[in-house]
Write a protein that binds this ligand. Sequence first.
Ligand SMILES: [Zn+2]
Length: 382
Amino acid sequence: MIAIVALISLRCSTEQDDVSTSASQQYEDLRSAAPEIYGYLECQGFDLAGAKLYDEYVVVEGVAIRRDLISKNIEAAEQSPTNGRTDQYVVSLTPTGVVDFSNVTNIKYYIHSSIANLTGDWEGAIHDALDDWENISNCRVSFVETTSISSADIRFFNDAATGVSTSYMPVCARNIPGDSHMAAYPSNGEPGSWVSINNHWNTSSQGNRETIIRHEVGHTLGLRHDNSSSEGAVTSCGVNIGLSVKLTGTPTVESSSVMDNSVFTSTTVRNFTSNDKKAATFLYPEGQSAVVINTLTQYYKTSSSKDIKFTMTSPSVRMYRYHVERLPPWSSTPVQTSEYVTTSNTFWMYNVPHGTWRFRINGLNYGEDVTTPGIMKTVTVQ
Ligand SMILES: [Zn+2]
């Protein structure tokens, strides 16, 4: 069992302008400091130019990853070399990489006083960007501001903030080299606990500031970059570090996404694309209507069983995946589940024994912690 623990993301920084001597002194070259991790990431297809070891984090392609997590993935890959994942959009091997469905309403956020020292109205940008997240249709995410740093779920800092406990603002969130910003990925079903805005980022427009906050908050909710596959992970070695999973039905790359790296250029202004919104509702859906089995066709399999083909009515807002369950008439406990379907409206359930059964179609979110049960259909298979 591999647990995702405190993943950190930051923007690729091509300009290492060394804003903090004390911080940069803690960076070590990854190849020399941890050759086994370097070799593993190289095998995964990561671009290792400038890869660094930074305390307990490996910083590669603008993402900081817990070193112990990579080690666990190396162990897992050795034990199960085919257990790979493709790599876009969502941070996860399991739903631990996204926020629990029960934790995405009234996410408490805290704006540290150091934000006021940044150039421009970042506090306004935070408020506007969080409003934009809340206004995604059919998405459950909502926020409420708190003045209590200890009770907050997400904390916004100026990376030059001083006097803040490292339990709220880890060392790697401070004095970020170059022109990056950083955010934490979800951990243990909670949103990433901090966003750090680079004090040296002072040329952006207000629209760009809002875009950056939309992007960083996306990380705190579990989204990786739209072009995560090109950032590494799908591998010539047949294994994968497993840090993210492409959401089926979204494109491999969408450069207009708020989750694209290019939002960090000083002029970029981005709103959520239809695929950003799709990703948000795949993870945290709200207001999904029950789906209906439209047709059901029995095909002879054996003298005592049939294969059954189902189609569903096309839902107006699609859940991440659907399946059909078979239940006895007298029980609410399913005895069989069909294949999962992510993009089509057609399902198969194989080797269904003769008898009278109830079939139910369910829509599920990505984390599978919310289900939209569809309408039961009672059918005699014979
Ligand atoms: Zn990012």
